[in-house]
Design a protein around this ligand. Sequence first.
Ligand code: PHE
Length: 350
Amino acid sequence: MSPAATIPLEDFIKELEDLAQSAIEEFGAVADSEQLEAARIEFVGARKGKFKTVQKKLGSIDGPDKKAAGMKLNDVKKSIEKALNESVERISGGGNEKVRDAKFDPTLPGPQQRVGKLHPITQTIEELKDIMGRLGFTPADGPEIEDDWHNFKALNISDSHPARDPLDNFYLSLASSREKHVLGDNDLLMRTQTSTVQIRVMETTQPPIRIISLGRVYRPDTADSTHYPMFHQMEGLMIDELVTLADLKTVLKLFATSYLGNEVPIRIRPSFFPFTEPSVEADYFWNGKWVEFGGAGIVDPSVLTAVGYDPEQVSGFAFGLGVERLCMIRHQITDIRYLFTNDVRFLRQF
Ligand code: PHE
């Protein structure tokens, strides 16, 4: 066997250095991913790449020089890989507008933009206003921080009434109260019902009146699947000559049928509220069972007197419905707390 021709170490090193230099130049110059791929195959292709070709010559280096040649080979390999990686980074990572434009495909669907939505309670409120608007009821507003007169006294809730219990109310101060359960005239609380707005409207408006009031109310309840210390009510009030329980029932029936989109049976059961006489609880029949919608009744004459009306001349009905309950029924929401934890995964569904 004739000894293989040997290659001088200096020639081998020179060849490697030239290779490294041209590879670095070329990787530095590529302008798009196609050119990059061509350069990659040219220099580091697994079978015919230029680096591979030079590497094969290592076998032809004289024994004593082999170690130095191998080290040089490794250095060059590293610098070529580095140039390749930088080039990949540059082409794929943006920063080079021309490259990005070249890759832009106008036929692809655009990125999906998420559009914000109204909260389900806000959506429900808008819908309730719409339905009641068609029945001739216009929205009215009142403050969430109320005084004794509007939350209790004008609504015929006496000083000793259990509804005034501090355990059932968020009082904001008791400083001037004469008794534990009685607010002084200047003491305030978070309103516990939207019936306060009935008083505010009647104090400033002469009949006929047809209003609804939608807003937050506050009660110190422990949160569970059906209770929350803050919730929303829709109050309705109609005052005119000769308004009767039949009018109330008709409005509730029209409302239930519009909201639930079906011919919905309703029923009223006797109940008690200090500000209505007679008082009722109203239920509608939905998905095979009676569901309570809220309280209602004929406005008590003493309430009409409190706001300066003559109960001999006018009468009216009032009702107060829970907005969360209506929203939950519609969307089959099983826990009221979902409505207030503001988890976007929940909210996105509406
Ligand atoms: N305000 C009552 C409540 O909070 C509901 C109601 C409103 C009852 C109007 C009768 C008339 O429960």
